[in-house]
Ligand binder design. Structure first.
Ligand code: ZN
Length: 409
């Protein structure tokens, strides 16, 4: 009887054939003996996370895999990022992704990341708790130059433009409403006051004076984008009938997905979103977590970032590095289902996400295995799952666990 599930997502794992690899994808050309052994004992297929012909973002793809329809629950990246930095969101909150950047006195952006500043805790603290026209701003530091920002109060809307020029050299314009509602107009007004006030506070901060003296770029502006209103949503465990769910991820967005769905976040030393992330530590943490949790979401990021750089050799090598440690996952007991997949393809050729379907496998004791031989897009396409969609993943997990409700008599 399967009682627990581990869903392991490698970001942007799928890809297209590469000429230099003899028309194999990075995954197909990688030497993956440990994955191949898992494949042999798995039920396999391909998956369109958002459906055929839809090019997924990482956030929307994850929501879809975890059974939260994007149309219903996705209002922007802001709420997910804010959840990821530890802000407990409430219904009606409007959340943003924030960057501490450097602007001149005309608000022309000099650097969107304040010289890739490593820690913005002091700057976030200086703005956290500010109140304007009855609206409270919650500002929490994320990794490096990033921050999560929430506006809390009555009458807010996420239909506002970004407080961000998006390009260095461009001037940040006033926020304007994107629709005719009084809520959007009010939100834009409050945000414009916030920009003025926060610029003035940051500019006069001792920490920035020090940075100026040291010849470093100041963190004197909080750029805001990706406004989203927090929807009321059921906790993952309640929605799918698990006791306890956790998330093991290095990247802020993925921790955010976990926190957004009410999963516990497990921190692993050395786990980040970079190629030097602690893969071994993450796999060991997943095995350990399965003693306490009956659902574990495990995420590894760099397969995506390497492909976005067009670095197909790097992507292949990184997959081989994951393979070295993936045998740790075989230590799971007979009551655990392992699902291995990706959130979307990232094509090295395009240096971008693509709508090509991703490989997916379900591995556990007693599964109808397809006896395939190699972990790869085209090999897994021969599997008995055929082509599924992201929304099929959770029902498929529940079926394997014997938890699906009966339709009819
Ligand atoms: Zn992704």
């Amino acid at each position: 009887m399967i009682k627990k599930a581990l869903v392991f997502i490698m970001d942007g794992l799928g890809d297209r054939p590469i000429k230099e690899f003899g028309n194999k994808t990075p995954l197909e050309s990688a030497s993956t003996p440990n994955f191949d052994e898992i494949v042999k004992e798995s039920q396999c297929g391909l998956m369109y996370t958002l459906g055929r012909g839809k090019r997924p973002g990482s956030d929307t793809a994850h929501l879809s895999i975890f059974g939260y329809p994007v149309d219903e629950y996705y209002t922007g990246r802001g709420p997910i990022e804010a959840a990821g930095v530890g802000i407990e969101l409430q219904k009606g909150d409007v959340a943003f992704r924030g960057n501490f950047g450097t602007v001149d006195s005309e608000w022309k952006v000099i650097d969107r990341r304040a010289g890739r500043i490593k820690d913005v805790t002091v700057f976030a603290q200086a703005l956290d708790g500010m109140e304007i026209d009855g609206i409270k701003f919650i500002v929490k530091p994320g990794s490096a130059y990033r921050a999560g920002v929430v506006m809390r109060g009555e009458g807010l809307s996420s239909m506002v433009t970004d407080a961000d020029s998006h390009n260095a050299g461009d001037v940040i314009h006033k926020v304007v409403p994107k629709d005719n509602t009084k809520e959007a107009k009010f939100t834009a007004d409050v945000l414009n006051k916030f920009m003025e006030k926060s610029y003035s506070i940051l500019n006069n901060l001792d920490e920035n004076k020090k940075r100026r003296e040291n010849g470093e770029l100041e963190a004197n502006f909080l750029l805001l984008r990706g406004a989203g209103i927090y929807p009321s949503l059921p906790k993952f465990t309640e929605k799918w009938g698990f006791n306890k769910a956790c998330c093991i991820a290095g990247g802020g967005l993925y921790k955010g997905v976990g926190a957004f769905l009410g999963m516990d976040l497990i921190n692993v030393p050395g786990a980040n979103a970079q190629v030097d992330t602690n893969i071994e530590g993450k796999f060991k943490a997943a095995i350990e977590a399965l003693k306490e949790y009956d659902f574990v979401f495990l995420h590894i990021k760099p397969t995506d970032s390497l492909a976005e750089d067009g670095n197909f050799v790097g992507k292949k090598e990184f997959i081989e590095k994951i393979d070295k440690y993936v045998s740790i996952l075989k230590e799971v007991d007979d009551e655990t289902l392992i699902v291995i997949t990706a959130d979307h393809s990232t094509a090295c050729e395009l240096k971008a996400h693509s709508a090509d379907p991703v490989p997916i496998l379900f591995h556990c004791k007693g599964i109808r295995n397809d006896n395939l031989s190699k972990f790869g897009e085209r090999e897994l396409s021969k599997g008995s799952l055929g082509i599924i969609e992201g929304k099929d993943v959770m029902p498929n997990i529940l079926n394997i666990m014997g938890k699906l409700p009966l339709i009819g008599a």
